[in-house]
Design a protein around this ligand. Sequence first.
Ligand SMILES: Cc1cc2nc3c(=O)[nH]c(=O)nc-3n(C[C@H](O)[C@H](O)[C@H](O)COP(=O)(O)OP(=O)(O)OC[C@H]3O[C@@H](n4cnc5c(N)ncnc54)[C@H](O)[C@@H]3O)c2cc1C
Ligand code: SF4
Length: 570
Amino acid sequence: MATNLKKTDVVIVGLGAVGGVAALPLTQAGLEVIGIEAGNWLTPRDFAPDELRNNFRGWPQSAQKANGEVPTHRPNAAAPYSPRLPIHPMMNAVGGTSLHYWAQSWRLNPWDFKVVSETSQRYGATRIPKSATVEDWPFGLEELEPYYDKVEYELGVSGQAGNIQGKVDKRGNIFEGPRLREYPMPPLRGTEFTELIATTARKLGWHPFPGPAAINSQGFDDRPGCMYHGFCSRGGCPINAKNSTAVSTIPKAVATGRLKVVTLATTTNVVVDEKSGRITGVIYVKGSQEFFQPADVVLLASYTYENVRLLLLSKSKVFPNGLSNNGGQVGRHYFSHNTASTVTALFPFNINNWYGLPAQGVAVDNWADDNFDHSGLDFIGGGNLWVYSDRRPIGAASMTTFGKAPRWGSAWKSFVKQNADRWNLAYIQKTTLPYDDNYLDLDPTVKDSLGLPVCRITADFKDNERKVGAFMQEKMARLFMEAGAIAVDKGPPGTMGPSTHAYGGTRMGDNADTNVVNQWGFSHEAPNLGILGASVMGTSGAHNPTLTAQALAWRTADHLTKNWKAIASG
Ligand SMILES: Cc1cc2nc3c(=O)[nH]c(=O)nc-3n(C[C@H](O)[C@H](O)[C@H](O)COP(=O)(O)OP(=O)(O)OC[C@H]3O[C@@H](n4cnc5c(N)ncnc54)[C@H](O)[C@@H]3O)c2cc1C
Ligand code: SF4
């Protein structure tokens, strides 16, 4: 029997990258907020520069909840299951995965909000793949711009603007939509190698620019600048130069006195009043005890797979197929960013990738989105070329031998010894679309440590993604070869297993028949339930999702504070 707790205004389930952002505007507006977080507080002492611990053993995830619920995957409903990942990529802790992410903090480009209408207008509606379920967003970039701006300045993002209020600056991304002002900090510095790539791109007539990152390039908000120490991928920052929500928005929300953080607490159910159909609170498990936390409004912010899983697990008489799922849309329109179809290059010289971080690099957007003419092509969308600095010993030794040496023995050892610092991998983020047969549901057999079914992914890349992949590989290979590479290796198209960039499943849109939440992030079926994260996004663009998900979270929170009575009391 769950222990009943005192009612609060808002419960946020998960205080990660997006829940940690939403807490700030809510508490600043005077609302009492309880953040129910599966992980614990971590400190810089937890962030050892240790590749084995961070990248292979899944780092101290403070509660190993995520690892017990790694989603299962099959490419389609008739296919066998893929091998299950040994560890979950995401983090359980206050700050969530923003503690150990790479911190690239991209805005989407204008086209990403209007894929259907822009494509139809420019090339004809037949260019949208037949089984794609893609829709235009309910608003354009201009609506989200003020929220991008707020988040960039609250977290601290370094970068070089490419378009300030319509004035294009060639030092930045000339394809970005207009922004109000410069980034709060200049970009992270480049390396000799990323400068070589930038110079080469310019020679090709392309437009290279430094990527934006939620990492201090100089002191910001009493936190120091980055020391480029090289253990940033799946490593937390020992000096707080990486602007996770654990060191930025969450402490500011706690300082208002209105955010209570309940740690090591796993939400298992969102509770509904059987008469009114309204949400009354959540059930969570802490230690061996169960609690009921009543709230006027519940915001789910537990990452795409868990957002969908919690909805599907929360069955009631009013919602027999899972919460907010009477329209059968929970789990639909799922997709994960296409970062397969990689290109690896071998250079005849050392490139000094031992120091630095993966958010420190050079980008080219000439082949992203609809920044180029697709008239003679047979796909829509494109990719972002990104060359960055990141290398640690085990990863370095896992290098491909480019067909120039065997994969074992003394010839392999001497090849790796000579070339461990002479190769570079580009994963190229590419447009991915949602399709009618790509979806999330509950696995019928695999359970987590509480005995609850884990999320199951049924999804694969389709023709459009594979064609974008092959096109982008050509561009990337050309860039590397022009920069002096002596060999390139192109990776396979891959499949859509558990991803760090997982979109959809609770898509946002005005049409209640094809979407779970409305344009403000609130459920079409249960009006005092909000959903935060990339699970509400309907397109991926060619850039990482987190800044967009955070801007959306701020916007949802802002809407809630301005419409509190209507949403909280129905
Ligand atoms: C190695 C790595 C590198 C990445 N690099 C980038 C990058 O450079 N740029 C970028 O944009 N994105 C990047 N990402 C993706 C980025 O981390 C995610 O987009 C972002 O963290 C998602 O935010 P979220 O709040 O939805 O999820 P999270 O940040 O994972 O937060 C979810 C929170 O919910 C909690 N939670 C989960 N289930 C429950 C439950 N049942 N009850 C209570 N609490 C719960 C979790 O403990 C967690 O704290 C990267 C990810 C990884 C793993
Ligand atoms: S590389 Fe910079 S931001 Fe990343 S962990 Fe090291 S000091 Fe922190």
